[in-house]
Design a protein around this ligand. Structure first.
Ligand SMILES: Nc1ncnc2c1ncn2[C@@H]1O[C@H](COP(=O)(O)OP(=O)(O)OP(=O)(O)O)[C@@H](O)[C@H]1O
Ligand SMILES: [Mg+2]
Length: 407
């Protein structure tokens, strides 16, 4: 058996203290450190001379110099994969880095385990991409990748699907970028029902039929909502759901992230291998709880489970949703028990239930409710886009996936 060579790394970070911490993490992760430097020419020169597998790039506010360095690296040292790192979950900044081609991001101070894992998966992805290019598979731009957001609660019926559908539509309206909603509740999923859509084939058939889960293949299984939101739904087949596994789901999500700016994933109210794979593949987790004692307790439990899976807490956003009008626990108690502040608190809204019957989610309705406003706030936070969403849903974008389907 041949041993893989040890991945080589350079650190680009203008702050000497932080650079020192990162260097220590690199060594503890058993990676080869080939040099350290600040932004600008220094960085490109080092990358071109050393040709490292990985460049670890610090990004802090203001991010202009880091972004300029990232762009120069893409141009002058395209073989080097960039992983960015930043202080505590500054999502807008991380998304910006990913948009300019960073493959992954880590939270400062960089932890050796998280680093080793990020490097491993970045290089694996890179070698698959090169392989695909060699076999004529792709003219894809290097690494620019969308954000995977999984909506979860271990408890059933607390509003995961409601939030997934509304958040996906809010992101679409707010950013006007390409958004896809994946129903990972392959057995009982009702994303399509909530959006009043027909699922042509869906995720179960995709997983059953296709060995190759590359972006062009996965795209053929999407259906399109009238707003231009793409959906990978579940069709009511008694058996297909079994084909969706913890192995193929992350591949499907990563393929979608190559094409879509936002990949939203609705999950079942359970903890199993499929859910684990979605949660660990996500850039961000929206953890939903109602103000019900058992839901709060289960949210607390999943936080501990995420710890054991090595998912950093910074990736979790807590959303308290009053899915009934008889909440029992105060929001403060829920936050204390779960150990996280709530990012958004969504009120009970009768319209939400009515919307379920009519298939027209509340964010699409002209009469904005507090629930809808809460969804837009969350969408702004995730996208880093501020300002007012278009009031009227936009129909099919000209370059939307409709034109690409079946081609
Ligand atoms: N804020 C709210 N106000 C009023 N009703 C709500 C609210 N949030 C959710 N509901 C209602 O609660 C019910 C359950 O919601 P939903 O199906 O989204 O939960 P879920 O977590 O996806 O459930 P499951 O675990 O079964 O997939 C639905 O009838 C929905 O309309
Ligand atoms: Mg659901």
């Amino acid at each position: 058996m041949t041993m893989d060579p040890i991945p080589s790394v350079i650190i680009i970070d203008p702050n000497p203290n932080s650079r020192l911490d990162t260097a220590e993490a690199v060594l503890r992760a058993n990676l080869e450190l080939r040099g350290e430097c600040g932004y600008g020419t220094e960085a490109t020169v080092l990358a071109v001379r050393q040709r490292p597998d990985i460049a670890l790039l610090a990004i802090e506010d203001p991010s202009a110099r880091a972004v300029a360095t990232l762009q120069a690296l893409q141009r002058l040292a395209p073989e080097t994969v960039v992983i960015s790192y930043s202080t505590l979950g500054d999502l807008a900044m991380m998304r910006q880095a990913m948009r300019y081609g960073a493959r992954d991001y880590l939270i400062r101070p960089v932890q050796p385990d998280a680093l080793a894992e990020a490097v491993g998966s970045a290089l694996q992805h890179e070698s698959r991409r090169r392989e695909a290019q060699k076999t004529g598979g792709g003219d894809e731009a290097p690494s620019a990748r969308g954000t995977i957001v999984t909506i979860h609660s271990p408890k059933g019926g607390v509003g995961k699907t409601t939030i997934s559908a509304n958040l996906a539509l809010a992101l679409r309206q707010l950013t006007e970028q390409e958004v896809v909603l994946v129903d990972a509740d392959a057995q009982f999923g009702d994303v399509a029902l909530m959006l009043d859509m027909e699922v042509t084939r869906g995720i179960g058939v995709l997983a059953r039929n296709e060995y190759d889960l590359s972006p062009p293949v996965v795209e053929q299984y999407l259906d399109l909502h009238q707003t231009g939101l793409a959906v990978l739904g579940t069709a009511a087949d008694p058996d297909d759901w079994r084909a969706v596994t913890g192995e193929n789901l992350p591949t499907i999500l990563n393929s979608l992230a190559e094409k879509f700016e936002f990949v939203l994933v609705d999950t079942p109210g359970a903890v199993n291998a499929v859910v684990e794979s979605a949660l660990t593949a996500s850039d961000l987790i929206v953890l939903v709880t109602s103000r019900d004692v058992s839901s709060v307790k289960d949210a607390r439990a999943i936080i501990s489970i995420l710890d054991t899976w090595g998912v950093p807490r910074e990736r979790v956003r807590l959303v308290i949703n009053d899915s009934t009008n008889a909440p029992l626990v105060t929001a403060a108690e829920a936050e204390r028990t779960i150990g996280l502040p709530a990012t958004t608190t969504l009120p009970y809204d009768r319209q939400v239930d009515v919307a379920l019957q009519t298939g027209a989610p509340v964010v699409l309705q002209t009469q904005r409710s507090r629930f809808a406003e809460g969804m837009f706030d969350l969408a702004k936070l995730i996208s880093g886009v501020s300002g007012e969403p278009r009031r009227r849903p936009r129909l099919f974008s000209a370059i939307g996936i409709a034109g690409r389907r079946g081609s």
